[in-house]
Design a protein around this ligand. Sequence first.
Ligand code: PLP
Length: 415
Amino acid sequence: MKFDVSRQRIEAASAIVAGGVNSAFRSGIRPHPLVFAEADGAILTDVDGNRLVDYFLGMGPMLLGHRPAPVVDAVRAQLDRSILVAGQTDLEYAAARLLTELVPSAELVRFSVSGSEAVQAALRVARAATGRSTVLKFEGHYHGWFDNVMWSVSPTLEEAGPAEAPVPVASSLGQQPAVDLAVLPWNDADLVRQRLARGDVAAVIMEPVMFNNAGILPLPGYLEAVREACDASGTLLIFDEVITGFRIGPGGAQQEFGVTPDLTVLGKALANGFPVAAVVGKRSYMDLVADRVVHGGTYNTQSVAMAATLATLTEIASGRPYETIGPVGTALMEGLRKEFADAGVEVRIVGYPAVFQVRFGTVRPRDYREALQADRAAYVDFAADLLHHGVRVLPRGTWFVSTSHGDHVDATLSA
Ligand code: PLP
C-alpha cells in the first residue's frame, strides 16, 4: 500500500497541539505521522484518505469496533434525555447491575472517568480497609499515568533491581499519607509470600495477565498462591483488568482463571471508547468508598458515557461479540503463524486479543535494560512495516524478561 501523507497539514497541526503528532507516534510510527478523520468498524481513514485496518483498537477500548450500531443508537437517544446531571441516573444503576452479573468480584460498583483514577480509588479503599500504606506491584505492570507521578516506578526499578525494595514516594494520595511501593518480579509466588508475611502491605495490585509487557500469562497456580498469601496476611488483592476485562472474556481474567480478587479495576472496553472506568469489589470494602474514601469528579457517570456503557455491557452480556471475535481471531492467528513461520516471529493468543510476539535474540536477564534499547529499533521497524501494509498495530511491551519464561527478551506487538 502506498502511504500518502500531506506533511504540511500535519506539521501545522503539530504546531498547535502540544506534543500531538509526536507523542501519538513516539511508540514507534514516527516516520509515518497520521491524522485521522474517520473510523468505522475495523477501518481508520486519515485526512489524506489512507485506509488502515485498526488492530490498535484505539489503545484498547474499541472491542465492538468503531461506531458499533448499538452504542451509536444508545448515545443518540441519550442526547434527547440528558447529557450530565451531577447525580445518579437509571443508566448508572442498570450498567452497575450488569457488571455485577458479569464480573465475579463485583458486588458493588463505583464508576470513574479513567482507569488511572479507578486504580487510585482501589488503592485508597485498600489502605482505608487495612490501615496500612504499602502497595506491592510487579515489575513491568502498568497501572495508569499516576504511576509516573506518584510511584516513580522507573527509578524504583533501576535502584531496586529484580529484588523487592519499598520506596517511599513524596506525593500524597489525597488526604492520605504517601504510599510506600514495593516492586517484585512477576510470577514468583515465594517472593510474594515472603514479602506479605511481614504484615505491612495494604494491597497487591497486578495485571492478572501481564498485557502491558508482552502478554505474559500467570504461571499455573500463581494467582491462587498470591490469593492465599493475601488471605493469610490480611492484604487485599486488586486485579487491574483495565486491559484484560471483557477482552479475555466477558468476566475477565478472574473468570478465566477462577481466582477472585477483593477489588477489580475496569476501563477501556467497558464503554467502547467513551471515558468510563470503574472500581468494583466486595461490598465490605466498597462501602468504604462512601464512608471514608473521597472519589469523585465532575464527569463521573456523565449520562452519555453511561448510555454507551450500558449499551456496550448489554452487547458483551449477550455473548455476540465473542461469537465473532473467536473464529476471526483463530483464523487470523493461523494465517499469521503460517506467514511468519520462517521469520523468527512467534504468534500467540492470550484470551481473545492477539499477541504477536517478536523475538530478537537471546539475552541474559541481567542485560535486559541494555537489550531494550538495542531491540526497540527492530520492533519499531516491524510496526512501521505493517503500517505500510495497511495495518495499524499497538507496538506494546517493548521488553519483558522472566526467568520463568526462559532467558530472553521479547519485543511484542499486540493487537
Ligand atoms: N491499568 C492498565 C492495565 C492499563 O493498561 C491502563 C491504560 O493503558 C490503565 C490502568 C490506565 O487507564 P487510563 O489510560 O484509562 O487512565
